[in-house]
Design a protein. Structure first.
Length: 508
């Protein structure tokens, strides 16, 4: 940050902030697309490495557990070490773990590499978002920066499906891991030379070890509970035990945080209604979106017989909608209307697109139904994601920016785990019920299976519609901050009271 000549105490925006955004966005894209790129390659990797059907879920689960469980710890490390250093270490570690995964010779090596990817991703993701929060201080510039970041956060998963399909079909599954290495090296080198973290934003207080242990174990058991429910059922003894253990551990975490002097997650980060509204509504929206990614991928590949590459490209309208909603609608309106008037309607527009997909049938037209539904989904989610990402650090003290950023990543990660398990279980139950009730009169078993599958998807999508309506209601109800004024940013003073700080903007 530079200073004005007239008043050396007033900080000006970092002249390298837009260059820094390029490398931050590249890193975020790598982390988000990695969550889906491996899904496309999984059948081929399973065959090559001799992974059993019972163990194949651990390729996904090992990443999700490490990433979701360590996010709060990663955010606190960013506040303690410095966001730039944490960002670079996270990138280099992610690249090394990706190289290990691409070179895997057996299932143990694969599972270990995925857990390492998740651990370094948990360092990287909150550091990236909190760097944006402390580097972009002007409201209009902040809106543009978070618009780009929000588009990547929302659309990166679909990009992963395309890239995964291309790499698997034309090279081999190992390249879905190796492709991360150039991404990470370029982003790390750029960050090292370009990013200048503002001074005085670190939190050097003692690390809250009990908080680290309780939050990590609580989140790991929660994510594992939902992951296990998908395969073993909701009434399975271990599944129920995981949910009970998670509730006890997370309750213990909240109690601990209210008592310790330097908490891992200061409760003030959660109790501010705007941030709380963002974490809750965004988590719910991700539940709906992750379930849909899964259903559409299966529908296009199994029912419509699309190749992996065709399936990936079939998601392009959603990506285009997200980019448009985030950068052209959300970013342009962020400084003109209150955030709830972008988030609430955004979730409702996405819900309208989801509502269209409840009409899915075996013979549904891609152009007539799936394409316009995806466009609405993308536009709505892109418009809502942009202010959500910006509000995730609304009013936080600079030393809490890392852990506040980790909370929005945690809500996304836990939401993804819940969405995949919950909606997949609903779909499977509806599919089984359909087969049972129609089996007697069926003459074509293959057709019956396809009809039952699509019936299951449409049932689960109805739930996703309800979840998005709930997310919109929460956004309208809890988020009450007004539009940010041009040239100002909300900051918190030392006593925790939020103040509007006017920051002059100069051309560079």
């Amino acid at each position: 940050m530079s200073k004005t000549a007239d008043n050396p105490d007033i900080s000006l925006p970092d002249p390298s902030r837009w260059k820094a955004l390029v490398f931050i966005a590249l890193a975020q894209l790598m982390v988000v697309l990695d969550a889906t790129i491996v899904n496309i390659a999984l059948p081929h990797a399973q065959l090559d490495l001799g992974i059993s059907d019972g163990n194949k879920q651990w390729v996904i689960t090992a990443y999700a557990l490490a990433f979701g469980g360590l996010l709060l710890f990663g955010g606190r490390i960013a506040d303690l070490w410095g966001r730039k250093r944490t960002f670079v270490v996270g990138l280099l570690g992610f690249a090394a773990a990706s190289a290990l995964g691409g070179a895997a010779t057996g299932e143990a090596m694969m599972f270990g590499s995925r857990a390492l990817q998740g651990a370094f991703g948990a360092l990287l993701a909150p550091a990236a978002l909190s760097l944006l929060a402390v580097m972009f201080t002007d409201a209009k510039e902040r809106a543009k920066a978070f618009g780009i970041y929000g588009a990547i956060a929302g659309g990166g998963g679909a990009v992963g499906l395309i890239l995964g399909g291309v790499l698997t079909e034309y090279l081999n599954w190992r390249w879905t891991f190796f492709v991360n290495i150039p991404f990470a090296i370029i982003a790390a080198a750029g960050a090292y030379f370009v990013i200048r973290e503002p001074a005085g934003t670190r939190n050097r207080s003692t690390l809250d070890i009990p908080g680290v242990v309780l939050s990590t174990l609580g989140l790991v058991t929660l994510v594992y509970g939902f992951t296990r429910a998908e395969s073993a059922g909701w009434s399975d003894g271990l599944t129920v035990s995981m949910f009970i253990a998670s509730a006890v551990l997370l309750a213990g975490f909240v109690f601990t945080e209210s008592k310790v002097k330097s908490p891992l997650l200061p409760l003030r980060v959660l109790t501010e209604r705007n941030r709380g509204g963002v974490y809750l509504s965004l988590g719910l929206a991700i539940i709906a979106m992750f379930g849909l990614f899964l259903f559409l991928t299966f529908y296009l590949q199994i029912v419509k017989d699309y190749s992996p590459v065709m399936t990936g490209f079939a998601f392009l309208p959603m990506i285009a909608g997200m980019i448009t909603g985030s950068t052209q609608i959300g970013a342009r309106l962020m400084t003109r209307v209150a955030p709830r008037l972008l988030m609430g309607p955004g979730f409702l527009v996405a819900g309208t697109g989801m509502l269209m997909l409840t009409q899915l049938e075996i013979g549904s037209s891609y152009v007539g139904l799936i394409l316009p539904a995806q466009v609405l989904l993308g536009l709505g989610m892109g418009t809502a994601f942009m202010p959500a990402m910006s509000l995730a650090t609304h009013g936080v003290r600079p030393e809490d920016a890392g852990v506040a950023s980790a909370m929005v990543n945690t809500s996304q990660q836990v939401g993804g785990a819940i969405g995949t398990a919950l909606l997949n279980t609903i779909a499977a139950s509806a599919t089984t019920a359909y087969i049972t009730s129609h089996a007697a009169g069926a003459t074509n078993q293959k057709l019956l299976q396809a009809q039952a599958m699509v019936h299951g998807y449409s049932n689960a999508i109805w739930w996703a519609v309800g979840i998005l309506v709930t997310a919109a209601t929460i956004a309208f109800t809890l988020i009450n901050t007004g539009r940010p004024e041009a040239g100002s940013v909300t900051a918190a003073s030392g006593d925790g009271v939020e103040d509007e700080v006017k920051i002059p903007v100069v051309a560079h």
